[in-house]
Design a protein around this ligand. Structure first.
Ligand code: DHB
Length: 390
């Protein structure tokens, strides 16, 4: 079997790439080892940059603007004070709160309606011949039957445990890596919103983030030890922990129906492209969740790779592909820095001395008491412009 582009992974990156390629008249096959239900039900982040929403506007039936909510700011809270960062006032842009699994429902429905060859329960085992013009993707369907797809190009959009990555980097781990001495405890609860906008709170007890999902469902996180047992705390203890970290706000409590612990790590693969294979999204990099860059960064990669594949496959022009890694890495490292910075700005490090804690409050004041400081945060949070040139 042969197709121009094989995309491994039906997450936001893989699905959006299949859409952009189709708009260029380039066919693709999208493979994912998960079922459609599993993909549509995995709870992930919730914040879309304005540029991401504008891209999703091109997807027939996208509900990002109708079901999603525009957010014109966030609050940074520390030392018992709240400070609003006004995005439109500072940078003329906003973000949208629209959960990633809803983005995925929209994308899957739109791609299937457009006739996209999208295969669930298809596990890729390996990629061969990436150094030739006919790379092969080899794997197995859930029913046990083997498949082999020959393409002009293979894209690894298959997340942090990518099976395409070794083909590109020469090893499954090859990359720049950083770990953090904490994690996030995330909850979903049935309750009205406790705040209209997100609150990023630095407190002596540690960090907490008050986010939302809808009028009746809320998403909240608090900093915890990475080894925390997700089931060990009672609901009353969870509320007490959260409440202690957002002094000044009375949290509206309600039944907690989902809990998870999110690992914190930063990763950038040493290589993003080898021959006729390339990586996008979490297969290429991981950011810690603070600042919500993960999905947005994946989508920025896809915009670049789409342009490169359009030039390669329609005009036999390899220049954009040759520049893909270098161009993508500029934004990736800016997003790595921003995610690291938001994390270090707001979290309580278990190793922090009194000096470190007081310096951190000085850093927070340097941001909120300076228009330049606020503007840096607003620029990065709402997203740097996507590469749109020819
Ligand atoms: C959410 C997650 C984030 O990492 C963030 O910075 C903001 C919001 C969320 O899940 O709502």
């Amino acid at each position: 079997e042969r197709t121009p582009v094989t995309i491994v992974g039906a997450g936001p990156a893989g699905l959006l790439l299949s859409h952009l390629l189709a708009e260029s008249g380039i066919e693709s096959i999208v493979l994912d080892l998960r079922s459609r239900d599993e993909i549509e039900q995995t709870i992930r982040a919730g914040i879309l940059e304005q540029g991401t929403v504008e891209l999703l506007d091109g997807i027939p039936g996208s509900r990002a603007r109708t079901v999603g909510h525009r957010h014109d700011g966030i609050e940074l809270r520390f030392a018992g004070e709240g400070h609003r960062i006004d995005f439109p006032g500072l940078v003329g842009r906003s973000v949208w709160l629209y959960p990633q699994h809803e983005v995925l429902k929209d994308l899957i429905a739109a791609r299937l309606a457009a006739g996209q060859d999208l295969r669930f329960g298809a596990t890729v085992e390996r990629v061969e011949d990436a150094g030739t013009t006919s790379p092969r993707v080899i794997g197995r369907h859930d029913d046990g039957t083997a498949f082999e797809i020959v393409s002009d190009f293979v894209v690894g959009a298959d997340g942090s445990r990518s099976v395409v990555r070794p083909t590109v980097t020469g090893s499954s781990t090859g990359g720049y890596f950083r770990e953090y001495p904490f994690a996030w405890f995330g909850i979903l609860c049935e309750a009205p919103p406790s705040s209209e906008e997100l609150i990023y709170s630095n407190s002596p007890e540690g960090f907490a983030l008050i986010s939302q999902r809808s009028e009746t469902v809320q998403r909240m996180y608090f900093q915890c030890d990475p080894d925390t047992d997700v089931d060990a705390m009672s609901e009353a203890d969870l509320w007490e922990t959260l409440q202690a970290r957002v002094p000044g706000t009375d949290l509206a409590e309600g039944p907690i129906f989902q809990r998870d612990v999110l690992r914190f790590r930063s990763f950038v693969a040493h290589e993003l492209r080898h021959g006729r294979a390339a990586l996008v999204g979490d297969a290429a990099h991981t950011v810690p969740p603070t600042g919500a860059k993960g999905m947005n960064l994946a989508i920025a990669d896809v915009v670049l790779l789409h342009r490169a594949l359009d030039a390669l496959l329609r005009h036999a022009d390899e220049r954009a592909l040759d520049a893909y890694a270098e161009t993508a890495l500029r934004r990736i490292w800016k997003a790595q820095h921003f995610s690291w910075w938001m994390t270090s700005l707001l979290h309580l490090s278990p190793e922090a001395s009194d000096f470190d804690r007081l310096r951190q409050l000085g850093e927070l004041r340097s941001v909120v008491e300076s228009e330049a400081g606020q503007r840096y945060l607003a620029e990065a949070y709402t997203g740097w412009p996507l590469e749109t040139g020819a």
